[in-house]
Write a protein that binds this ligand. Sequence first.
Ligand SMILES: Nc1ncnc2c1ncn2[C@@H]1O[C@H](COP(=O)(O)OP(=O)(O)OP(=O)(O)O)[C@@H](O)[C@H]1O
Ligand SMILES: [Mg+2]
Length: 263
Amino acid sequence: MSPKIQLGQVSKAYETPQGPLLAVEDVTLAVEEGEFFALLGPSGCGKSTLLRLIARLLRPTAGEITIRRSTGATRPQTALVFQEYALFPWRSVLDNIAFGLEMRRVPRGAREQVARELVRRMGLQGFEDRYPHQLSGGMRQRVGIARALAQDPEVLLMDEPFAAVDAQTRTVLQEELLRIWEEDKKTVVYVTHSIEEAIYLGDRIALMSVRPRRVKEVFEVGLPRPRKLEMRGWPHFSALALKIWASLRDEVERGMRGGESAP
Ligand SMILES: Nc1ncnc2c1ncn2[C@@H]1O[C@H](COP(=O)(O)OP(=O)(O)OP(=O)(O)O)[C@@H](O)[C@H]1O
Ligand SMILES: [Mg+2]
């Protein structure tokens, strides 16, 4: 079968007062159906831009992106979980989760049923009527994930969803995400700048470089599923982390030396 997501020589330039800024340059990539695909790279290498291109929130300046439709599917192709908590502050937890369904004019009863089921799956029982400011960071991010899952997209796009929570909460959320993903093995594109997170969650990892901003290397993770926390202590895990770090290190240093490549 053809890949679920295909990017062919995709570039994206932002217009800036100083001229066009190439945020993604000539990326060619294929993500398989049911794959958990991690996008790894230093700050500013174009990860969020690439994700927004796949979500069709942005249009590529050049190249093509195709997402293969499941036959007969009427559900949305993609749903995005944002880097920052992008919840509606004036909506309760339940209404935040149901938002996408409301936009698609799903009747209230059906919406609520889906939202309540996700409240259960994400361990948010008892918080249905709370507002985002009344929740911890970890909970807010769980609401963000529940809102994306409520739409039952063919592809789930996640932009550093756990970057803003503390390390312990992040570990718990990663485990929860894996547990939920194991249930229906959706195609996921997951942006992170943590090597450990990419290995722990992903089937494959695309490492992005800064100059040029493109995919530098793709790594096969090769750990069995379901993933277990103790796998982080396996020699294979640390060997892969070192191998990726060797490649990422150049990029981070280049990024630290600063300056934009354009114009
Ligand atoms: N709307 C915009 N207009 C102009 N430049 C932008 C815009 N959005 C992003 N950029 C620039 O494009 C480049 C890539 O940005 P992007 O946000 O995709 O990187 P990232 O890899 O997600 O970074 P981070 O890890 O910090 O989130 C950066 O140099 C950024 O400053
Ligand atoms: Mg980003």
